[in-house]
Write a protein that binds this ligand. Sequence first.
Ligand code: FAD
Length: 407
Amino acid sequence: MSTATSDKSSSSNKAKDLIVDVVIFGGGIAGLWMLARLRQAGYQTLLLETESLGAGQTRYSQGIIHGGTKYALTGKLTASSESIFAMPQIWRDCLQGKGEVDLSTATVLSEHQYMWSTPSLMSRLSGFFASRVVRGRMVAVNKIDRPAVFQNEKFKGKVYQLDEPVLDAGSLIKALATPNIKNIMHIKAVTEFSKNKLTVEAADGEIWNIKAEKIILSAGKGNAGLLKKMGRSNPEMQLRPLQMVMVRSGLPEKLYAHCLGASINPRITITSGEDKQGNIVWYLGGQLAEEGIHRTAEVQINKAKKELQSLMPWLNFPAMQWATLNIDRAEPKQKEGQRPATSFCFEENNIITTWPTKLALAPNLANDVLEQLEKQNVTKSNVMEMPEFSHASVADLPWQEEDKWQH
Ligand SMILES: Cc1cc2nc3c(=O)[nH]c(=O)nc-3n(C[C@H](O)[C@H](O)[C@H](O)COP(=O)(O)OP(=O)(O)OC[C@H]3O[C@@H](n4cnc5c(N)ncnc54)[C@H](O)[C@@H]3O)c2cc1C
């Protein structure tokens, strides 16, 4: 049976031993969701985090709980991508405190998103509106019920309401981490790996020898380094970079909306947050961020300004302050660098490598991993308390860090 032991009287340079059923690397959405599910299922689980919780892609995410509309838009709806249909409802149950994990303390920024476009494009989208994914999930919004920015007389497009919620990533990380904080160790580095044993240096300098039946890698971009350290070349990872744009001051209200442009890929996706002073921040992604990766920050900001000026010329542009954020999406390698359709987990010699590929798909990934553990009868020895060790804190959201606004 697994045990957790620690020698509290030992000096800081004497290694301590810890035996658990499962070790998870990485405290982003994937690792934290798995930690919650695995602990509930009875696995004694330890999560290791080198930075702060959410510090990778999760805190940069736009927090949209996709239900497959984007796949329907691009015509890339396949059997494997169908898992995303169920996601908004799974998340809603969790947000109401009656789902597989308790997210009742997480903040829902918006119950739905909007989608807007020009009338000419709408006529080309009739197939999309008739598709199974979209039916019942997207309704046209009367002028009076639209967000104020779309009530301006100069606005000529159509607005639809999309049944996909948007969450605040910071509160989401907190909601998942808080009940499991005693099982999260803040580490400086992994100094040794051998089969199911590893040695780590904790943030407080303590050295821990950890033994686990299974090791799960959910360290996002960090998975590649961990695999290399273990002498493995599989599975391969791909990075898809983005240059996101943030804008604050002079904004009329918070907005959660996709704009469809000449193509049916969202031309721009706007979500909203607040900086430390409480100013509204718009966070701009979509095509703008994908195509902006080779632009300097200045050129990308000019591009973003022009986009917003052409879409919403009535906004108060002179008052606005701008910044950009470079961040990579980490995913399993795909043919020609395409975007993966669903979450990913791959096991080899007791190491399970995972990428959710979307925040929204974290529940799907956790289910797949649990299924593998159950099939292999991994020990469930959730009977003991964890020893004392240094715990990781929750990362700030990028727009709350004042230095991110300096260019
Ligand atoms: C700009 C942007 C916007 C996005 N918007 C959305 C969206 O609206 N909706 C959606 O569904 N998806 C979205 N995504 C995708 C989504 O954010 C990611 O798929 C998801 O957050 C990945 O989570 P993760 O836990 O796998 O990785 P990460 O969030 O990257 O977490 C990995 C963690 O591992 C830690 N780590 C790294 N190396 C090590 C190590 N050696 N040891 C221990 N810990 C380590 C890191 O510090 C980090 O905390 C977006 C992504 C980006 C970049």
